[in-house]
Design a protein around this ligand. Structure first.
Ligand code: FPP
Length: 249
């Protein structure tokens, strides 16, 4: 049988894959363990996915690591998750550099503790000129927050005469989003068999293909990524047009 990886058409790769990593808590519960054990094991899945995406030549990979709503979780879980993310980024910085990975963070950076924000900014700077995979980590991110924040900043710029009200179209609005330098995802994967978007990239996924994997995030491996991409490549993306109209502008 052909290997899954060989079934992928390298000329039709999604440029940007976004992932809602879900199911860490359930994975831990199934093992009679604490939720944080699930998050710890989720790191293996993060490594595999970053490596898999990089090897394929995918340009952008966005991982939803912590939502604005996640601040409501128990303090102990939040602290453990933050420590886990920082220790992972610390221990993986050399690997990111070696593999030409550029790190970007999207989200409400002001809501993060200073030492975490500073560390993240440091690694974003160090990897800033890397030309391989761009790894985008969504941290303290919520799409409604992002859109409301953009609207507020546009209103400020209109009031200050920096932009004219009539110049606000879709492209101009996009420039105020945290993803302004990042193309929209072509493929969004959510793990753990849940069929929700959970306030992730609502503006950016207007035409994104959605793929729901039954795997709990700590079990997610390169093969799951390959399966999602193979499924993506079987679909016809019509952007609101009919099949016959696909070649018209
Ligand atoms: C969702 O599972 C997962 C999270 C809220 C955290 C995911 C974060 C990581 C795996 C760490 C990422 C680290 C880096 C460096 C990118 P859940 O707890 O909601 O699971 P449940 O739905 O089964 O309860």
């Amino acid at each position: 049988m052909t290997e899954l990886k060989d079934q992928i058409d390298r000329s039709k790769l999604p440029n940007h894959v976004a992932i809602i990593m879900d199911g860490n808590g359930r994975w831990a519960r199934e093992r009679g363990s604490h939720r944080i054990f699930g998050h710890q094991n989720g790191i293996t899945a993060v490594r595999e996915t970053v490596e898999g995406a990089g090897e394929l030549g995918i340009k952008y990979l966005t991982l939803f690591a912590f939502s604005k709503e996640n601040w409501c979780r128990p303090k102990e879980e939040i602290n453990s998750l933050m420590s886990l993310m920082i220790s992972t980024i610390n221990s993986e910085t050399e690997t990111l550099i070696k593999n030409n990975v550029r790190l970007l963070i999207i989200g409400d950076m002001q809501s993060l503790p200073d030492h975490i924000r500073n560390k993240l900014n440091e690694v974003v700077d160090i990897t800033g000129s890397n030309k391989g995979l761009t790894l985008v980590i969504a941290l303290s991110y919520g799409a409604r927050w992002e859109i409301a924040d953009a609207a507020r900043r546009i209103a400020e710029d209109v009031a200050e005469g920096k932009i004219k009200k009539d110049a606000i179209d879709e492209a101009a609005f996009s420039e105020y989003l945290v993803t302004r330098h990042i193309p929209d995802p072509e493929l969004l994967i959510r793990t753990s068999g849940e069929y929700r978007i959970s306030n992730f990239l609502l503006w950016q996924i207007a035409y994104t293909e959605l793929y729901f994997s039954p795997a709990l995030w700590p079990d997610f491996r390169k093969e799951h990524l390959y399966t999602a991409i193979i499924e993506f490549q079987k679909r016809e993306r019509r952007f609101g047009k009919t099949s016959e109209q696909l070649n018209c502008d």
